[in-house]
Design a protein around this ligand. Sequence first.
Ligand code: GYE
Length: 419
Amino acid sequence: MTDQPHLLLTFGSSGDEAGRPAESEASPALHTGDPLPSIQHQSSGAIQRRRKSVVTRRLAVVATVAVAFALAACGSSSTTSSSTSSEAATSAAVPASSSASAAASSAAASATGEAGGASELPPVDPAVLEGAVIGFAQVGSESGWRSANTDSIKSSAEQYKVDLQFTSAEGDQAKQISSIKTFITQGVDLIAFSPVVETGWDSVLNEAKAAGIPVVLTDRAVDSDPSLYKTFIGSDFILEGEKAATWAKEEFADASAVNMVVLEGTTGSAPANDRATGWDNILGSDAKFNTLASQTGDFTRDGGKKVMEGFLAAYPNIDLVYAHNDDMGLGAIEAIEAAGKVPGKDIKIVTVDAVKAGMEALAAGKINFIVECSPLLGEQLFQASSAVLAGQEIPTRVITVEGSFNQEQAIAALPDRKY
Ligand code: GYE
């Protein structure tokens, strides 16, 4: 039997102190996409009563799942990027060694249309998820990536008949905290969210813990103690920055100097912080790369366009744009064309995400390279939720496996691109 810490089973403690996961009840109603106010009118007393009525059924489900995974764990080996410690997760953050390996993982991810890493989590138990009340506090609707991520979460919730309480913070951390507080008052079975920024979550996460409500992070990280959440599912943003910089290093191998500008993501967000760090890991000490300017475009197309207009007005000699996402790169293209220059030729562009509009610009030669960041996290979110609600241990970090695309690869991948 192989050593698979992430398949450890906890027969004795199927829930937290409050026993919430094991006691949560199936509700027949599906409210995917309901606005927040609808849940504020539900009485938590009613939820408690409904929970008590299904304790027996839930315990039976837990036992079934436990037996299934004990069997699965004995019969398989696993090479995954998951980990039960954040140190091991960090050690996975190494630069892409060659474009061949990046292309291979890209092809694998594209072939399934799914984010990688799903196999590290136990499969969903539909009986556990049906009717489970799960609050999801989304960042907002800033980009094509975000729309695809929201669609993925809502359609998986629908598939598993989860009673999804979906809120959108429109990029405002205070709003997101208030949604999470409402979920806590409501007494939902599980809270999931994609944090707008990395800092400032300790207090609300402690409130969720005190209320016995498990928390799952998707997409973006927080700097809080990992004991305050069950797992963090999402990309390795440092690796993404390293892949972008590795491409730039090769692309400009023969140049004696490169004048670059950076369109940063939302200030303080994990992807903006880490994509900058990843870039610096590869090119930070390379004096040839001269950063003329670096400014946030807030992950939006409009933001990217406006910031790029300013850069073009101030600097006539830009060689390279590093945009932390496709949308800002697409905005930069508009600004560059309006300034009478040719994007992809006069000024090269590297971005992150690989959403359809970005891939089309890459196929058309207006973007030169895209590092993939998959938004299809719905399945993994509900795999994790199902396991947590059944009282199973899961990896504390699940890293999405992704690739990267040059023009040729984008042309080949576009017909099957799901988002
Ligand atoms: O890259 C960007 C979005 O958090 C990974 O947020 C996500 C980022 C994504 O707005 O397009």
